[in-house]
Design a protein around this ligand. Structure first.
Ligand code: GLY
Length: 523
């Protein structure tokens, strides 16, 4: 089964599974297909994290997060008066050195069973022969015209000045050529070959700073997944350079002290989760960064003892305040996909350009969009980024450094050690809270996966000190009571974009995000 935000990409993964590939082969096929069919977040010009659990018990995680270019500087996004500009979000300076091609290839070589050319075949076909645009694809591009219209991709995305109409066939010949070069020559085509040359030429033309040297030096990193437990279940989550795993583990460890948790949607449930989120996000925002550059207190933050001290600080009747943290001491459109194969191998992958359609910069000749992942650094430690996240020096910009992510591809095992859930999300910092809430809905509230996914979500990230909840997701009485306890609340539109698979009696149940688009395909 494959669940992603693009039905065509899920079908690409299924094609590979049916041809005898395993879950890793299918995940890589899905990833490349997403770069074609879901250009707002699927990519070869961005990065991500893949969390793998093989049926034989091996666990691994690959970090193919972008890195800051060698010419990046700490204050590159500040103007002369020290004010933040939007150059970390839009345009060539926003681009981190892409890791997607290297990371997917690395995962395939170690855990896959097929060649790059085999798993890339569906993506190449989708780019070359085109696919039928649906209304979501067309609407997404129409909404992005202000961004994409500034760059060369406008010729492809707005043929005749308009986004492709639903029902029309959309082809990407330049992208097909790049994908074919990668399939034929391997990652070298991207990092030290023709595709990379197009990227560097685009940088030179538009005023960006990524060089051939940056591309040649890029390396994905194998990481040991964070293994944690919650009430008899085992979670494998993503360690730094993502904050996802540590923040989820710390939150669940705090909540374990209040288990079984109060009923879903109640005042006490919302209060306790908020107080746990507040504490784990405070640590996240202050202490986490690329482990190659800062010492990350992983053991401490994920320990049960530490969580106990934090749980003891929670007042069940009153909201606490987020402390100011020692700053000297992360688009809205990422995408997650989940895969399982017949043997029980499982892959959770989250990948991103950061903002929808990334920096907007499109590589002429290469045919792909580049990320704006540099905004996930603390461009000005102590000042909020695009997601309102206030982060510290640990995540300040340095050449070659990975920007902190919230991506949290997660695999949950049941008490028998079998894969129960494969999940993860898009949505900046709401990735962490939404992924956790889906997991809690299943294992605490005993919901079916369909109910767990549709259930209203809320989010708190320490600063701003506000509970953001989906409009009508909390009753008026609950909102009033939480306000009386000292919480500030704000109603919002849908929170996050989760794609999950769950083991059910006799097979698997896949559910794509009910608030968005996608495809859950199995056989
Ligand atoms: N760009 C969103 C994240 O990595 O958290």
């Amino acid at each position: 089964m494959v669940v992603s935000n693009s039905r065509l990409a899920s079908e690409a993964g299924i094609e590979i599974l049916k041809a005898g590939g395993n879950a890793v082969d299918a995940a890589v096929a899905t990833g490349f297909a997403m770069a074609v069919t879901y250009p707002s977040a699927g990519n070869i010009g961005g990065g991500g994290f893949m969390n793998i659990r093989m049926a034989d018990g091996r666990s691994a995680a690959i970090d193919y997060r972008e890195v800051a270019p060698l010419a990046a500087t700490r204050d590159m996004y500040l103007d002369a008066s020290g004010k933040l500009t939007n150059k970390s979000v839009v345009g060539p300076l926003a681009v981190g050195v892409p890791g997607a091609v290297a990371g997917m290839n690395e995962a395939l070589s170690k855990y896959g069973s097929m060649t790059l050319a085999q798993v890339m075949a569906p993506a190449i076909r989708l780019a070359e022969q085109g696919f039928v645009a649906d209304s979501a694809f067309s609407r997404g591009l129409t909404g992005a015209r202000n961004l994409l219209g500034q760059f060369e991709g406008k010729t492809v995305f707005y043929p005749g000045g308009e986004a492709p109409k639903p029902g029309s066939t959309f082809k990407q010949p330049d992208l097909a050529r790049s994908l074919k070069l990668i399939a034929a020559q391997g990652v070298k085509a991207f990092y030290d070959g023709e595709v990379g040359d197009s990227l560097v030429a685009e940088m030179k033309r538009s005023g960006g700073i990524i060089t051939k040297d940056d591309l040649r030096r890029y390396k994905p990193e194998w990481r040991t997944p964070i293994k944690s437990t919650y009430r008899g279940y085992t979670l494998f989550t993503m360690p730094p350079a993502s904050s996802g795993g540590i923040t989820m583990t710390e939150t669940l460890n705090i909540l374990e002290h209040f288990a079984p948790l109060p009923p879903f949607g109640s005042v006490q449930y919302t209060h306790l989760l908020t107080e746990a989120y507040r504490r784990s996000f405070t640590d996240r925002n202050e202490k986490l960064g690329d482990p190659a550059f800062v010492t990350v207190p992983l053991e401490q933050l994920t320990s049960k003892d530490y969580a106990k001290t934090l749980a003891q600080q929670v007042n069940r009747a009153k909201a606490s305040k987020t402390p100011t943290f020692n700053i000297n001491g992360d688009g809205t459109n990422t995408t997650h996909y989940s895969v399982v194969d017949a043997k029980g191998n499982a892959v959770a992958t989250t990948t991103t350009l950061n903002n929808s359609y990334g920096s907007g910069v499109w590589v002429r000749g290469g045919g792909f969009l580049l990320n704006d992942e540099m905004d996930d650094f603390a461009a000005k430690p102590g000042a909020p980024n695009m997601f309102g996240l206030v982060q510290g020096e640990a995540n300040a910009i340095k050449p070659g450094k990975r920007m902190l992510s919230a991506m949290a591809p997660t695999i949950v095992l049941d008490a028998q050690g079998q894969v129960l859930l494969v999940t993860g999300a898009a949505g900046g910092p709401t990735i962490i809270t939404a992924t956790m809430e889906v997991i809690l809905n299943v294992i605490e509230h005993h919901m079916s996966l369909a109910d767990a996914m549709v259930a209203p979500r809320f989010h708190h990230q320490a600063l701003p000190d506000t509970i953001r909840y989906e409009r009508n997701g909390l009753t008026g009485v609950v909102v009033d009571s939480l306000t009386k306890m000292g919480h500030t609340l704000q109603a919002s539109t849908g929170i996050a974009n989760v794609n999950s698979i769950m083991r059910v009696k006799g097979g698997w149940h896949g559910v794509f995000e009910p608030r968005s688009v996608g495809g859950a395909v199995g056989y």
